[in-house]
Design a protein around this ligand. Sequence first.
Ligand SMILES: [Zn+2]
Length: 191
Amino acid sequence: MNTLKRNVSVFSKNYGLIAIIEKTDTLAYGEHEPFSVPLALCDSCQGKAQLQKQIQEPIRWLVACKGCGKKANQAQKRPWQAALKWNEINLGTQDYKALLLFGLSNASTDDARHKMSGIRRNLELRKNLAGIERTIAGHTNKKAPGKQYQQKLDAYLQWSILALRLIKSSKIKSMKELRQNKGSEGAILKT
Ligand SMILES: [Zn+2]
């Protein structure tokens, strides 16, 4: 994996140096375009989901299941946001190891969680930093980070939140299986 890291110092006029943030190049998250979000199958009926554009103004997007009609509970401004919201409520048909970002295919749940907590923290800092830079640019003639850049950071952040939820649900599932196996061993011993 291609990881490029550099430190960025954040200065405030009144407080001096306020933070040193490790900036990780977006390549570290994987090469998949974060705005492109494949829809998970519905985990209530295994049906296919569909992205719907709501007709009234302002335009909003919502994903619904073509089989049982299950919907994400809130329409979103952008298609990728609607898709990620849908995926977040259908964890049962997904596996964190198959996510198109972050390279988790061989990671254990503990390793994946450790890695993703770090990435999530880093993305939150970068998002805040971009906000600070935009504010500073508003007061000076410095160039502000583009809206597209900020949106991309936000998309990566939402993906990282989905990844963390999938990791958690996988951990819960394997703990349940372990308990069940122990239970059946107990039953064998008793007979
Ligand atoms: Zn369904």
